[in-house]
Design a protein around this ligand. Sequence first.
Ligand SMILES: Nc1ncnc2c1ncn2[C@@H]1O[C@H](COP(=O)(O)OP(=O)(O)OP(=O)(O)O)[C@@H](O)[C@H]1O
Ligand SMILES: Cc1ncc(C[n+]2csc(CCOP(=O)(O)O)c2C)c(N)n1
Ligand SMILES: [Mg+2]
Length: 288
Amino acid sequence: MNESAFIEALRLLPTHPAARGLADDCAVLDLGSETLILTHDMLVEGTHYLPEADMADVAWKLVATNLSDLAAKGAEPVGVLIGHMLGRDDERFVTGLAKVLAHYEVPLLGGDTVAGKGTRTHGLTAIGRATCTPVPARDGAQPGDTLWLVGEVGAAMLGFETLRDGTGADQAAYSRPHARVKEGQALAPLAHAMMDVSDGLLLDAFRMAEASEVTLAIDGAQVPVAAPERRLECLTWGDDYALLAALPQGTEPPCQATRIGTVEPRGFAPLFLDREPVLNAAGLGYSH
Ligand SMILES: Nc1ncnc2c1ncn2[C@@H]1O[C@H](COP(=O)(O)OP(=O)(O)OP(=O)(O)O)[C@@H](O)[C@H]1O
Ligand SMILES: Cc1ncc(C[n+]2csc(CCOP(=O)(O)O)c2C)c(N)n1
Ligand SMILES: [Mg+2]
């Protein structure tokens, strides 16, 4: 079974409304006076980070990738719980963890520690509090909206290649990505739909289009990319942790963002890239 088949199978189980049909970045749990935003993301050695990675970077990335999902819902981080598998350089992991938690001013609430023989795996549950309601979902994009991107895409790909090839160039976008928490909070009250871009802009845009039952039309030349000569790879590699938001026509984003396209009534394709229809998700991004 691959990732999407497994999630499809989970969607057949009875789920709570907070699960949003297992089709959003986070669970959104309305407790009456507060709305909790919950997410869990994992990193696996060899899949998400190189086997020789600095474990301080791995801790940073584990926290930042989860906070990015909270950011996509405009949430204020409340705390994190960490699932840790002991291994090489645990002290470095703790050092990196201290740094990233201080950077985002988010406390460690708990977790679990195990020893195991298989591939090293790290889990993190992030808990946030909604800063506005309704909390933007992936499924709210409406025809007439404009499509905005906070951040650029492709820098993580370049950072990964730098590390893999040992060229010594800048690799921070890959090893220490930034969760756009403040921008997410600024956009959330205005956005009809919002998600973070973790698996590649085109794949995540395709998912927003499918969830919202609209067509997204992206102008590839408008998308800020780290390597213009490799634009399509930048649009599909992933690991960028940008935010993708659909804003009502005429609404200016209250933070730095680039207009990359429009939302159209659902046509025969979920996505148009430079006026070319994209009919299925194959090759649009990273999937397990
Ligand atoms: N093992 C699982 N158990 C329960 N829900 C799951 C599981 N795996 C994925 N999901 C749910 O499926 C939906 C889509 O998950 P996905 O991992 O694609 O989203 P994401 O966390 O935004 O992406 P990424 O992992 O790239 O950051 C989410 O609602 C997620 O909670
Ligand atoms: C060593 C190494 N090889 C390849 C990649 C590329 N990669 C792996 S997972 C992923 C998307 C986000 O993951 P998820 O959907 O699990 O959150 C991407 C772009 C990497 N990061 N490290
Ligand atoms: Mg996400």
